[in-house]
Write a protein that binds this ligand. Structure first.
Ligand code: FE2
Length: 176
């Protein structure tokens, strides 16, 4: 048992009626909401830059009939878009606004958009981008700690998939 003090039901019920316009954000929310929103939007940008890079790589690999790589690129593009959607949904739940402005995406993204001249370069750049995402999400998870379990779980789920992506790219790279 931890030494967390539980709030009595009466207080919980009273509190829930105050500031109802804040939606899912209650008085017990202990995270720095502005900072969490900033991290969520930077991650949203990271995911979108990855979607666009994987899309480019998918179509280029299709062109050179690199079928196995092309399939992986497409699958990753779709999964990164699903990550972006989860992040956007959480931003709105926390009372923020998801920033989809294309002018801001590459500025706010942690990972880079590298077109890649050939298949090997594409796979290498995708691996690098995944490794950047992995490190940044791991840090965000540590930063959030116990302050916002829902946002943390979202990042944990995304992190697990980014690790799979990195593994896929590392495997592909070995065969090139
Ligand atoms: Fe990924």
């Amino acid at each position: 048992m931890s030494n967390v003090e539980l709030t009595d039901v009466k207080t919980l019920r009273q509190r829930a009626r105050q500031n109802v316009e804040d939606g899912a954000v209650t008085k017990g929310y202990s995270a720095d909401r502005e900072e969490i929103l900033r991290l969520l939007n930077e991650s949203l940008a990271t995911e979108w830059v990855c979607v666009l890079r994987y899309k480019r790589h998918y179509f280029m690999a299709e062109g050179i009939k690199a079928n196995v790589a092309a399939e992986e690129f497409l699958e990753h593009a779709n999964q990164e878009m699903a990550h972006a959607d989860k992040l956007a949904e959480r931003i709105v739940q926390l009372g923020g606004e998801p920033d989809f402005n294309p002018d801001n995406l590459s500025k706010n993204s942690h990972a880079q958009y590298v077109a890649g001249k050939n298949l090997k370069e594409m796979v290498l750049e995708d691996l690098v981008a995944e490794r950047i995402a992995i490190d940044s999400y791991r840090e965000i998870i540590q930063y959030i700690g116990e302050s916002d379990p829902t946002t943390r779980r979202i990042f944990e789920d995304i992190l697990a998939q980014e690790e799979e992506h990195a593994d896929d790219m590392a495997d592909l790279l070995k065969g090139l």
